[in-house]
Each structure stands twice: as C-alpha cells, then as structure tokens.
Design a protein around this ligand. Structure first.
Ligand code: MN3
Length: 243
C-alpha cells in the first residue's frame, strides 16, 4: 500500500472507478463515498459542495447560471454515473453483458462529465482572486508554450472553436511530462489517454447562455479572470508533478 493512501483510495483502486477515485482525492472532495450495504453498488458518488457562494463569480458568470450548472447539470452527471455503476454491478452479478456497449458509453460520458465539472468548479473563483500563474505551472507554461500569452491564445482558441458542446482543457501528460491543450467534444471525445485535466473551460451552452447567449468567445475571454491559478498550482504540485 502506498504511504498516505487511505482505505477508500485502496478500495477505489481495486475497482472500475480507479481513475475517478484518484481524481476525487485530487480535489479533497467527498464526491466518492464507499457504500457497502451488501446489495447496492460498491460506490456511490456525491455532488461536491460548491466551494464558494453562488454569486462569487459575478460579473463573469451570473449567480443563476452557477446555481443551475452546479445544482442541476453537475448533479445530473453524478446521478448518471451512479446509475451506470449500479447497472454494471447488476450486469456482473447476473453475468449478463448484453447492454455493455451502451453502459460503456454511459460510463465514459457521465464519468468524464463528473471529473471535468469537478475540476471546473474547483479551479475557478472570484474574479482576480488567483492572480497570475506562479511557480511550477507558470514555468511549465513558459517551457511548453513559449509564453503565458501564447498559451492563453491557444487555450482560448481551442475553447472557442469546440464543435458543439465540449471543453477547452489544459492537461498534464505524464508520459511526456509536458502540459498539453486539448479540446473535448461532449465530455469524452477527442481525449488523449493518460492526460490529467488541470484547468478546464466548460463551453456547453449551459455554462454561459443565460448571460452571454451565443457570444461564446466573450465568455471565454472573461473566463480568464476567474481562473484561480493558486488552486491550479496546488493541484499540480500535489498530484501531477513528476516524482
Ligand atoms: Mn457543464
């Protein structure tokens, strides 16, 4: 057992939700909770509480949007993931994998939706609260993109041009030990295996439409003001930094 791992992580590591277990720990969240009643699924995920008041992101993101986005949309992905895990548990017990294709798709969609919303709400905050990137993340951005400005131009362009619903993602790629920028369509399409999302911009319309309507580019430009780089740095140091 790795030093410092708690029982929950060890259990999670043994199951199908290993990656989610690790990521839940990443944000010190209670989103993964063991539930061992002998009947239900081994794990039930919980919606992590919003780490700030609903109006904390004003004027970049309005209170109503945050309330619905966190309380309804994020909650729905958590519920969808739990339902999927429950169905998989049932399939295993009955040795009936007739629905495995649909269930695998549901697992990828809802699981990725949970992880990305986690990171989204955990690494943003009141405008200007986090300042500019400092420390390791700032150094890596400079090394891997040339400058912060170049990084931001690429990240913003990627976020603005996602086809349909999706995400702009700054991720740490462990095998190359480099930062990469990706686009995700819906939650899971266009991913690159092994890359750990570090900072993400949700460009589903539910993330901005009440205030910005069809002006996604304006939302992405303003999103720069609410990225809390201190939180991004903390997460990077604790879980992504090369050992
Ligand atoms: Mn969303």
């Amino acid at each position: 057992m790795e030093k410092g791992m708690n029982r929950r992580e060890v259990i999670a590591g043994a199951g199908a939700v290993a990656a989610l277990g690790i990521l839940s720990n990443l944000f010190n969240s209670e989103a993964v909770a063991a539930s061992h009643d002998g009947e239900g699924p081994a794990f039930m995920h919980k919606l992590p509480p919003l780490p700030y008041p609903e109006d904390a992101l004003e004027p970049v993101i309005d209170k109503e949007t945050v309330k619905i986005h966190h309380g309804k949309h994020f909650a729905a992905y958590v519920g969808g993931l739990n339902t999927t895990l429950e169905k998989l548990e049932k399939a295993r017990k009955e040795s009936n994998f007739d629905s495995i294709k649909a269930l695998s798709r549901d697992l990828a969609f809802n699981g990725s939706g949970v992880v990305l919303h986690w990171i989204y709400f955990a690494t943003i905050g009141p405008p200007q609260a986090g300042g500019a990137p400092t420390g390791a993340v700032a150094d890596l951005i400079k090394r891997d993109f040339g400058s912060f400005e170049t990084f931001w131009n690429q990240f913003a362009a990627a976020s603005k041009t996602v086809e349909g619903s999706g995400w702009g993602i700054l991720a740490w790629e462990p095998f190359s030990k480099r930062l990469v920028i990706m686009q995700a369509e819906i939650h899971q399409d266009l991913t690159s295996w092994g890359a750990m999302p570090l900072m993400v911009c949700d460009v589903w319309e539910h993330a901005y439409y009440l205030k910005y309507q069809n002006r996604r580019a304006e939302y992405v430009d303003n999103f720069a003001k609410i990225i809390d780089w201190k939180k991004v740095e903390d997460h990077f140091k604790k879980y992504c930094a090369a050992k």
